[in-house]
Design a protein around this ligand. Structure first.
Ligand code: PLP
Length: 451
């Protein structure tokens, strides 16, 4: 190294970071972005609700995190309990194969998840998309086990998002999910229209009752017309995330539960974005008091530390597969049940259960409603909506992502808009000041770029 003194090191650091952005460009792909097209900032630290970032010119700054690193960092960054759980497990062993072996972190986490969800059986996957693949597989194996091999398609929702692998993509919205780019890889599935929008009024999600009734009629007709080929209905409960941040009537979720049961279909709820308190309920299915046959969780599962997801199912579903000629669920990732990820997830769930997350989320909901209200008056704004620790400003035009992100950063806020949506889902530990700052940053981004 060139320098021995702190001053010299501080002067050198920005140059190193500027080089990092340049070294990244053209070398690394970033999510849904052209090569070389999208990494204008580098992160060099994260603590609590703050990200430490550097721009290409080497300037460093802190920003309040409005994204929880895509729904995951619910307890914020460098949480002492999660750090300790990770280090403790690393001091024992970081990984062993799950084939033929079990271990404490996996068993403990599975017990916690079963207790939280009321579903008795757990399959650990290494990402949300993979857990959706496993859920779809399980549904097909279930129907096979019941002697119905023809029931192997899925009914999904327009505007849904379930992941980026091919089977998961096939149940994503056909247009947003880019089905047209992969005609040979995507199995054609069946879709219902987006369920009618619901808005929070006095703590209750309300929707237009005639729209809801019409949607349920469509659901019933679709399922009756195709029950001999459908294995399951798959939905994001009440809040569709990456497909448009759309909040819908819980009655539609309840109807999906009923109609699935009446017609021998399974109900798969994808709680990967909504699980663990984000919408104000521990699981968003609880807005409709729905118990699914199969549930997927991920994202916040490890508090944002490591990649881990889980598929859970009822004992009824598991029993059919176990008693079928195949007996096994036909999946088994190399890093299944990774002990580091399980240990951190366990600590994260413990933290959630011993924290006052209901109060934290209610506080964020309240704070976001107030802080985003000024956006309502802006020309480019179609709607502002808040559910739990999720705040959404929907524009009438596509967001200029680069300009909007930069405008928010000028107010000290990290956002990552998409399509016509500037949205936030802050860590649950965000203070009232953090939430106010986020609201101001979002409003400034809307006003400054699209006002
Ligand atoms: C993010 C997400 C997924 C995919 O999870 P990955 O870990 O990114 O594979 C699936 N479903 C929903 C609802 C999601 O929000």
């Amino acid at each position: 190294m060139l320098s021995g003194t702190a001053t010299a090191a501080a002067e050198e650091a920005p140059l190193t970071r500027r080089t990092l952005i340049q070294r990244d460009r053209g070398l690394l792909w970033h999510p849904y972005a052209p090569l070389g097209g999208d990494a204008p900032y580098a992160a060099h630290g994260a603590q609590g609700t703050r990200l430490s970032l550097a721009a290409e010119d080497g300037s460093c700054f802190e920003a309040v995190d409005a994204m929880s690193s895509w729904w995951s960092a619910i307890h914020g960054y460098r949480n002492p309990a999660l750090d300790a759980a990770l280090l403790d497990q690393a001091g024992r062993f970081s990984h062993v194969m799950f084939g033929g072996l079990t271990h404490e972190p996996a068993v403990r986490l599975a017990e916690q998840l079963a207790a939280m969800t009321g579903l008795d059986h757990v399959f650990f996957a290494d990402s949300g998309s993979v857990s959706v693949e496993v859920a779809l597989k399980l549904a097909v194996q279930y129907q096979l086990g019941r002697g119905r091999p023809g029931r192997n398609r899925f009914l999904a929702l327009r505007g849904g998002y379930h992941g980026d692998t091919f089977a998961a993509m096939a149940v994503c919205d056909p247009v947003d999910g880019m089905h047209a780019a992969f005609p040979a890889q995507i199995r054609e599935q069946l879709f219902l229209p987006r369920p009618p929008a619901a808005r929070l009024v006095g703590g209750v999600l309300r929707a237009d009752s005639s729209e809801v009734a019409a949607w349920i009629d469509t659901l019933e007709a679709m399922v009756r017309g195709h029950s001999d080929e459908l294995a399951a209905i798959i939905v994001e409960p009440v809040l569709q995330g990456a497909g448009g941040m759309h909040v819908y009537a819980p009655e539609c979720l309840a109807a999906a539960r009923r109609v699935a049961s009446e017609n021998g279909l399974l109900l798969i709820v994808d709680e990967i974005a909504t699980g663990f308190g984000r919408t104000g309920k521990l699981f968003a299915s609880q807005w409709a008091d729905v118990v699914p046959d199969i549930m997927c969780v991920g994202k916040a599962l490890t508090g944002g530390y490591l990649t881990l997801a889980a598929m859970l199912c009822s004992s009824r579903v598991a029993a059919v597969v176990t008693e079928s000629p195949l007996r096994a669920l036909l999946h088994g990732p190399t890093f299944m049940g990774n002990p580091l990820a399980c240990a951190v997830a366990s600590a994260s769930l413990e933290l959630l259960e011993t924290s006052n997350w209901q109060q934290q989320v209610a506080g964020i909901e309240h704070g976001l409603a107030a802080a985003l209200a000024p956006a309502r008056g802006l020309d480019a704004v179609k709607e502002v909506r808040v559910l739990g620790a999720v705040g959404v400003v929907e524009l009438t035009v596509p967001v200029d992502v680069k300009a909007a992100s930069a405008a928010a950063l000028d107010c000290g806020v990290w956002i990552r808009p998409f399509r016509n949506l500037i949205y936030t889902m802050p860590p649950f530990i965000s203070s009232a000041e953090d939430v106010a700052t986020i609201g101001a940053g979002v409003c400034a981004a809307v006003d400054g770029v699209h006002g």
